[in-house]
Design a protein around this ligand. Structure first.
Ligand code: FAD
Length: 398
């Protein structure tokens, strides 16, 4: 007699029902399925156990005494890369989509968890299990909102898929790694992207309305290493707004509370991570965490131009100044912001040092947010690596 796994007796929550993580829910999709059974351990905002999951995923947790690992997590290799022939309409050059297509077409996996846009709203995420090149390509480009990628977990079990690639951001991947053994898979490959400052769909509208000259025509945006937000519009035109000119007062509450309490910016549990924050402008940044990630990168190396990662500048003074500016929620005139952006870009941190600048700034901001809003969670919720990074700075007393 076969035993029915206990999670199958659970039932996913309806859309309107409050999630167990309450306002900290990042809408990763787990609670839409019967895997809600595992939510207490799986939800990144209820139980923080990155070091344990690092050991499960990579055979060891990060070496806290090695600065590269302290910041970027367990890894074998980091490189800068771009597609020799970029994919039109991808977020950057389309390395993520290319890798997914190769893995599917070379038979390493039978399906790919990725996220397309819903038909009625280009920014509303629609998670799917892609089984063709075209379905993967239709998922290219970021949906810059919280996305319930794991809402397809029940479909995986029902589909009979045994070899799967999942693409996702840190909170989705933490939950996925926690329930990985319950999915009945022979092999799970995980392709992660870094992620920070995500928003709900209504938060996204507020951000676009307060920041872009033409919110209704934005098709794509990114917070870039040149300290500007780059918008692309449907007519092909581009727009740049310096970070320092963002209306921080208006936008103070725009980011999702889950993102304000997240310390997994670099997606610690993926086999391979593809972002941009550790590379110079125009290049993507690839972090190979383990042997599985290495196997994945090999598949597409002949389609990439690569170069070593570089690191220059010194982020520390800028991070320390940013702490008080953030605390006061100041805005400065746009013309002054342009000048600062120009100066910072000439002398500012580059490559891995930009990555550290961004990690430091976000970790300090998030630490203050957790300390003020969830003081009882602080000790257990902030991972040891983040505590060490934050300890380099002087923080306000309250
Ligand atoms: P593409 O080939 O265009 O593929 C993009 C893939 O992302 C698709 O497969 C799609 O399924 C997946 N995806 C899209 N939206 C989401 C979503 N909301 N949740 C989960 N998966 C999604 N990189 C940094 O270095 N620093 C950052 O701060 C940073 N923030 C990010 C925030 C978000 C919300 C996302 C989704 C990504 C972020 N990235 C960040 C990663 C970066 O923007 C690119 O996604 C990455 O470099 C891959 O580019 P590409 O051209 O290879 O991707």
């Amino acid at each position: 007699m076969s035993v029915v796994p206990s999670h199958r007796k659970a039932k996913g929550l309806a859309d309107a029902q409050r999630r167990p993580a309450k306002e900290l829910c990042s809408e990763c999709g787990l609670c839409d399925t019967y895997y809600i059974h595992y939510v207490k351990e799986a939800c990144a905002f209820i139980t923080q156990h990155i070091d344990e999951l690092e050991t499960q995923s990579h055979g060891r947790s990060r070496d806290l005494d090695n600065e590269q690992e302290l910041y970027f997590g367990v890894h074998q290799e980091m490189i800068a890369a771009r597609k020799t022939e970029p994919i039109e309409g991808a977020q950057w050059t389309g390395i993520v989509s290319t890798l997914a297509i190769e893995m599917l077409e070379k038979g390493l996996v039978e399906g790919v968890v990725c996220v397309q846009s819903s038909k009625d709203d280009r920014f509303k995420p629609q998670p799917i299990i892609a089984r063709t090149r075209d379905e993967i390509l239709a998922a290219r480009v970021n949906k810059p909102t919280l996305s319930p990628n794991l809402s397809i977990l029940e479909q995986i079990e029902q589909s009979g898929i045994k070899r799967l690639l999942a693409i996702g951001v840190g909170c989705q991947i933490q939950a996925l790694r926690t329930v990985e053994k319950e999915l009945g898979l022979e092999k799970l490959y995980v392709l992660g992207t870094p992620c920070t400052d995500n928003v709900t769909r209504s938060g996204l509208q507020k951000f676009l309305d307060t920041t872009s000259r033409s919110p209704e025509t934005v098709v794509h945006y990114e917070f870039m290493q040149d300290f500007n937000v780059h918008f692309k519009h449907s007519d092909g035109s581009t727009e740049q707004v310096p970070f320092f000119g963002l209306n921080t007062k208006e936008l103070k509450d725009v980011f999702a509370p889950s993102c304000m309490t997240c310390f997994d910016y670099t997606n610690a549990l993926a086999d391979i991570v593809v972002g941009y924050m550790g590379a110079t402008y125009g290049w993507q940044w690839i972090v190979v965490r383990n042997e599985t990630g290495k196997e994945m990168l090999e598949l597409i190396k002949d389609q990439l131009q690569t170069q070593p990662v570089i690191s220059s500048g010194d982020r520390r003074a800028a991070v320390q100044q940013g702490i008080s500016a953030y605390d006061n929620a100041m805005t400065i005139p746009i013309w002054l912001a342009w000048i600062i952006s120009f100066v910072v870009n000439k002398v500012g941190p580059k490559g891995l040092e930009y990555g550290r600048f961004s990690i430091d700034s976000h970790f300090v901001r998030n630490f203050l947010y957790v300390r003020r809003n969830y003081p009882k969670k602080l000790e257990a919720h902030v991972p040891e690596f983040a505590k060490r990074i934050i300890a380099q700075y002087q923080l306000p007393k309250h």
